[in-house]
Design a protein around this ligand. Structure first.
Ligand code: SF4
Ligand code: SF4
Length: 370
């Protein structure tokens, strides 16, 4: 695992303290969405379809800091939209770093290289760069030719300047696991800290509704990708979550582990679903009917979800929550998962590349940029 020891220690002691105080539900990562607008309009995105007057809105730095303090999670992910379009994003990041939050600033990196000089390398700051695989796969997924090359330049420059960088990939049906494994090789050769990956979630609002996978297909794909690992690959994720994706573990969702705050307030129940909003974090925790979410609830909106924001907190709590979980996590860190059947999966006829993912039209792209 690529996560630095200091960050692991912070998370482990945080979980231990919560356990000792008997807290049943508590957050690990705040999903802070300071804005929804973006300079891309990806086919699988569920965030940039808001009307223009919503896309123009953004959180102030003070609202971001208040949310981080109210929530108290040791890590803050800043997705969007594209955070680099926020005029005060540097103040927001610096303020969170000053509060000793481990910040994962998500970006599609179209602006990263040009803006890097505004940020300061820190163990608390990671650029989590949206990169959905190799050049053709990424450009197709983000509906932008040349997007991969620009993002790669940003990644290389960030690594060169001493920033923590984690390419962050979302995979949909039709993904060729051989391409993904080659993508891992390319990323590790560049010197990134570790890789982050997740299956896509079937947002109601996403333009492409045909390439989201059911759970069996997710497991099959990730078993092919993540078995027979190379020693050089590093992942900036819980190894138990990766085992969950491969079908080796059964977890249910802990949506309160990654609470989401945006211009509407605290989103119920998670970053993906919108079943209303709470005005305060306390209200979110105390009044959300958590039992109605997760795969075990029977909620059809959760039936096929295996997304990291719901299930990685479960894996982290499992890993740091008991000795058994801890030893499983340590063992997982050293395993290369040899698997003959998974090798066969790699040799099966796979799609030769993107074929029919919905593409965003130019008017839609312009609307997302307004
Ligand atoms: S980069 Fe793509 S997925 Fe991310 S917010 Fe922009 S449009 Fe959505
Ligand atoms: S299963 Fe997925 S969609 Fe449902 S609450 Fe958990 S993270 Fe959200």
């Amino acid at each position: 695992m690529a996560v630095p020891i200091s960050q692991m220690w912070t998370v482990a002691t945080y979980v231990l303290k919560k356990k000792l105080t008997g807290r049943k539900r508590y957050p690990l990562v705040l999903m802070l969405e300071p804005l929804f607008r973006c300079n891309l309009a990806c086919a699988g995105c569920g965030k940039v379809q808001y009307p223009p007057h919503i896309l123009k809105k953004q959180l102030t730095p003070e609202q971001c800091f208040a949310a981080a303090e109210e929530c108290g999670a040791p890590m803050v992910a800043i997705p969007g939209g594209e955070p680099l379009l926020h005029p005060q994003i540097v103040d927001i990041v610096n303020g969170l770093v000053a509060r000793q939050k481990y910040v994962y600033m998500c970006t599609n990196a179209l602006e990263l290289k040009r803006r890097l000089h505004e940020f300061t390398p820190s163990k608390y700051l990671t650029f989590s760069v949206h990169l959905d695989g190799q050049r053709d796969d990424h450009d197709f997924a983000v509906c932008r030719e040349g997007g991969y090359d620009i993002a790669l330049e940003g990644i290389k420059e960030a690594v060169k300047r001493g920033f923590r960088v984690t390419p962050n990939s979302t995979f949909f049906d039709g993904t060729d696991p051989n391409h993904v494994r080659a993508h891992f090789d390319e990323m590790m050769a560049i010197g990134v800290e570790g890789i982050v990956l997740s299956p896509g979630y079937s947002y109601d609002k996403a333009p492409d509704q045909t390439h989201f996978m059911g759970r069996a297909r997710v497991r099959r794909l990730f078993r092919a990708i993540l078995s027979n690992r190379k020693k050089t690959w590093k992942f900036n994720m819980s190894p138990l979550f990766l085992e969950f994706l491969m079908g080796d573990r059964n977890y249910d969702c802990t949506p309160w582990g990654s609470p989401a705050f945006n211009i509407f307030g605290w989103q119920r129940p998670c970053y993906l679903l919108q079943d209303g909003y709470a005005d305060t974090f306390k209200e979110l925790m105390e009044t959300t009917r958590w039992e109605e979410y997760g795969v075990g609830s029977g909620n059809p909106k959760c039936a096929n979800c295996m997304v990291s924001c719901g299930y990685e907190p479960t894996a982290v709590l499992d890993g740091f929550g008991s000795l058994k979980g801890f030893f499983a996590m340590v063992k997982a860190n050293f395993s290369l998962y040899p698997d003959k059947h998974a090798l066969d999966l790699l040799n099966e006829q796979m799609p030769t590349g993107p074929s029919s993912l919905v593409q965003i039209t130019e008017p839609e792209r312009e609307l997302a940029k307004q």
